[in-house]
Design a protein around this ligand. Structure first.
Ligand code: MN
Length: 289
């Protein structure tokens, strides 16, 4: 199923051109302190198991709704920095990307965290963080964790997946830590919806593509991932307890490059869908330039 969040925190099932509103199947009365993780994603497995009668749900035309990030409140957003060989090669060849570092393996570098406040959906404005610095696009397959996971072996890792979505791991190039450069407001774009594993096929064999102003910049398959989906969950859960709604950005293939205000990015992942964002200028002193 395709599960979307839309129109100020409604939850829907997308089928064809319709969005069926299933918001009232979820308990949204949370106590403080809330359990770690996203409360809707935590309930999603049980809601899907109980069966959803789409026909009795209010239905809206997909073209009329405003889609939001399919996860509202991830407990953390993890990223894999160098997980495609061709991207490692392009990064090592471009001083603006490597900022003096030499990338070898993902395990030598570890994962990074993006600030949760960087998260936006496909219809929110994206602004570059700095008028005078390079911001790059990075399309990625994104894993959304469905239940608490700690020390999960790769053989069982896919049991912990709620679904997959498409993501843009937007990145300022430079010498600061990735946690800083990848965390400005808006630099994690997720959407258009969450696709449950039964509809995804093999997550390690999906086509990714990204265009800027109609020109293809990134085109690859997740079969080229160095650490595939199950291995990434094993690797992440060996260090962090993963909670429902946690996001793992699996890494970007080759073809990263800068975007400028006025550019339009079209990103798509096979069996998931597409998202489009327009690049807006940086804010100067808190105001639009
Ligand atoms: Mn990335």
């Amino acid at each position: 199923m395709k599960i979307c969040r839309f129109n100020h925190d409604r939850i829907g099932v997308v089928q064809g051109n319709a969005v069926h509103d299933i918001t009232d199947l979820f308990d949204r009365t949370m106590s403080w302190p809330a359990e770690p993780g996203d409360a809707i994603i935590a309930q999603l497995g049980a809601v899907l198991e109980s069966g959803i009668d789409i026909d009795v749900r209010p239905s809206l035309d997909l073209s009329t709704v405003v889609l939001e990030s399919p996860v509202a409140r991830p407990h953390k957003i993890m990223g894999a920095p160098v997980n495609y060989h061709a991207h490692i090669e392009e990064a090592n060849a471009d001083p603006e990307i490597n900022a003096g570092k030499t990338f070898t393996t993902l395990e030598a570098y570890g994962l990074f965290l993006k600030a949760n406040s960087s998260l936006i959906g496909p219809n929110e404005p994206f602004r570059v963080a700095f008028a005078d610095r390079r911001t790059d696009h990075e399309i990625e397959l994104v894993i959304v964790i469905g239940k608490t996971a700690r020390h999960v072996p790769r053989e069982k890792a896919l049991d912990y997946v709620a679904g997959y979505t498409a993501g843009l791991d937007m990145t300022v190039r430079g010498k600061e830590t990735p946690c800083y450069r990848k965390s400005p407001d808006g630099y994690c774009v997720l959407g258009p919806w969450l696709v449950t594993p039964d509809e995804i096929g093999d997550p390690d064999d999906l086509a990714l593509s990204l265009k800027v102003n109609g020109d293809t910049k990134q085109e690859a398959r997740t079969s080229l991932l160095i650490l595939g989906v199950a291995r990434l969950i094993e690797y992440a859960s060996a260090l962090y307890t993963l909670h429902p709604g946690d996001v793992i950005m699996t890494g970007t293939p080759a073809g990263v490059g800068p975007v400028e205000p006025g550019d339009v990015i079209d990103a798509s992942v096979e069996n998931i869908g597409s998202l489009r964002i327009s690049i807006l200028p940086a804010l100067l002193d808190g105001k639009a330039a």
